[in-house]
Design a protein around this ligand. Structure first.
Ligand code: SF4
Length: 226
């Protein structure tokens, strides 16, 4: 399920974007070698771990790339139990419905929560080393590989993750997983930013909007760690 549509207050200029539209244009920086991030991507796939971590990242993306289309994609087989998975998914839909209250007018934000819930994929990935930081690196690799694939299939010009916002995640491991996934998939590049700079602002906005905030990272192991 993808919800959103053309930018509000515009004539639907995002229709030319790769996300949910035509094939992406080649807007790579001509100075940049290989598949480095485009200077002004028309479309970005943003892997979303949860709603509160999405707030500042979305603000930053639309500030950096006015007119871009962002496809917010919920893919988190690590989350346990299923009720928590659905609660975080529904919180993302709630945030999407209130996007006018924290994003610039006309921001083209679309939401896709259609990925099937497959916790067995996470358990298989984490089984080799179920302790931190091994299981977390496996968790990042699993999600970033899926995000790279999804970005390519959606025709996005870059992809990123809200995991780069959290101070509680292994920031460099997330970055490494995203960059490796982009390389291995051969699709669009990983867009790296240190979104932790907006930690305070993101939390304040999420609080004002009364967005559900979880109290553990996501997996059963993480819940036991608390
Ligand atoms: S603690 Fe968080 S990042 Fe680490 S494996 Fe569990 S859900 Fe993934």
């Amino acid at each position: 399920m993808v919800t959103g549509g053309p930018p509000r207050g515009t004539s639907g200029a995002a229709g030319g974007s790769g996300v949910g539209g035509a094939a992406p244009s080649d807007r790579q920086d001509p100075e940049a070698p290989g598949r480095r991030e485009p200077s002004a991507p028309e479309s970005v796939l943003l892997h979303a771990c949860c709603a509160p971590c999405s707030v500042y990242v979305l603000k930053a993306l639309f500030a950096s790339f006015p007119g871009t289309t962002v496809l917010l994609w919920y893919f988190n087989p690590n989350i346990h139990p299923g009720a928590e998975y659905r609660r975080r998914r529904d919180a993302l839909a709630y945030l999407h419905a209130r996007r006018d209250e924290f994003l610039p007018e006309g921001s083209d934000l679309r939401l896709d929560v259609s990925a099937p819930y497959r916790p067995d994929e996470f358990l298989a990935a984490a089984a080799a080393d179920p302790r931190r930081p091994g299981r977390c690196s496996a968790c990042y690799r699993l999600r970033m590989a899926a995000a790279a694939r999804k970005a390519r299939e959606a025709g996005a010009e870059a992809f990123s993750s809200t995991l780069l916002y959290s101070r509680k995640q292994g920031h460099e491991a997330v970055r490494a997983a995203g960059e490796a996934a982009a390389e291995e998939d051969g699709g669009p590049p990983f867009l790296y930013r240190d979104f932790r700079e907006g930690w305070k602002e993101g939390r304040e906005i999420a609080g004002r909007l009364d967005v559900f905030r979880q109290n553990y990272c996501g997996c059963l192991y993480g819940e036991l760690d608390n």
